[in-house]
Design a binder for this molecule. Structure first.
Ligand SMILES: Nc1ncnc2c1ncn2[C@@H]1O[C@H](COP(=O)(O)OP(=O)(O)OP(=O)(O)O)[C@@H](O)[C@H]1O
Ligand SMILES: [Mg+2]
Length: 203
């Protein structure tokens, strides 16, 4: 089964001078369960645009997107937002942690947005964070964490809702070689463990 199916995706922007920019020109990609894919290309080649479209954050100008065999092209904002919450895990370049939530709360926020936080959710979050080597940082705030630790929290958060697809936009960009290697290894392990489709943008 393909978790993610994109066909002939085109995205056009209009810049400040009114000039048309073709950021994506008929790009197609299928990601099957358990696959890990890196998208490589120079700056400005459209990687972030592509990931945003794959993650239903941005509408393509033309093209078809299916997530878990469901065509999302005609989804309204509410349906898209539910899909993002339930099926997609995002890891952004800057981690995007909430400054006033501690590490444990960053992960529980996902559950809070879906409804209620249960004891089982707390346990799941603690287990994930332990696996990510953050067991002693549960009560720390993002300002107390290193770049690599923040990135691992962001990975934990992306895994909290057991998403069908994980999209990571340059998850190792702010890390040194050793930490970058650790983060990639973590993502590889998670992909193998859950056998779900994983998709990573990288430059
Ligand atoms: N909202 C926007 N409005 C206008 N142009 C945009 C917009 N977003 C992206 N672009 C343009 O689309 C092209 C692709 O941008 P994108 O951010 O996808 O590249 P990228 O491959 O992620 O680059 P980088 O490696 O620097 O992150 C660029 O020419 C960019 O200027
Ligand atoms: Mg980018």
């Amino acid at each position: 089964m393909s978790n993610l199916f994109l066909k002939n995706i085109t995205k056009e922007f209009v810049d400040d001078n009114g000039e048309k920019i073709i950021a994506l020109n008929k790009v197609s990609l299928t990601v099957n369960s358990g696959e890990l894919i890196a998208i490589v290309g120079p700056s400005g080649s459209g990687k972030s645009t592509f990931l945003s479209i794959a993650g239903a954050l941005l509408q393509p100008t033309t093209g078809q997107i299916k997530i878990n065999e469901t065509d999302i092209s005609r989804f309204n904002e509410q349906e898209l937002s539910r899909l993002r919450l339930q099926e997609i895990g995002f890891i952004l370049q800057s981690s995007n942690l909430v400054p006033y939530l501690n590490v444990l709360e960053q992960l529980l926020l996902v559950k809070q947005l879906q409804g209620k936080v249960t004891a089982a959710d707390k346990q799941q979050a603690q287990e994930l964070l332990t696996e990510l080597g953050l067991a002693d940082k549960l009560k720390n705030f993002p300002s107390d964490l290193s770049g690599g630790q923040k990135q691992r929290v962001a990975i934990g958060r992306a895994l909290m809702n057991d998403p069908s697809v994980i999209l990571a936009d340059e998850p190792t960009a702010s890390l040194d070689t050793k930490k970058a290697h650790e983060v990639v290894q973590l993502l590889v392990n998670e992909t193998k463990k859950t056998s779900k489709g994983r998709d990573y943008g990288h430059s």
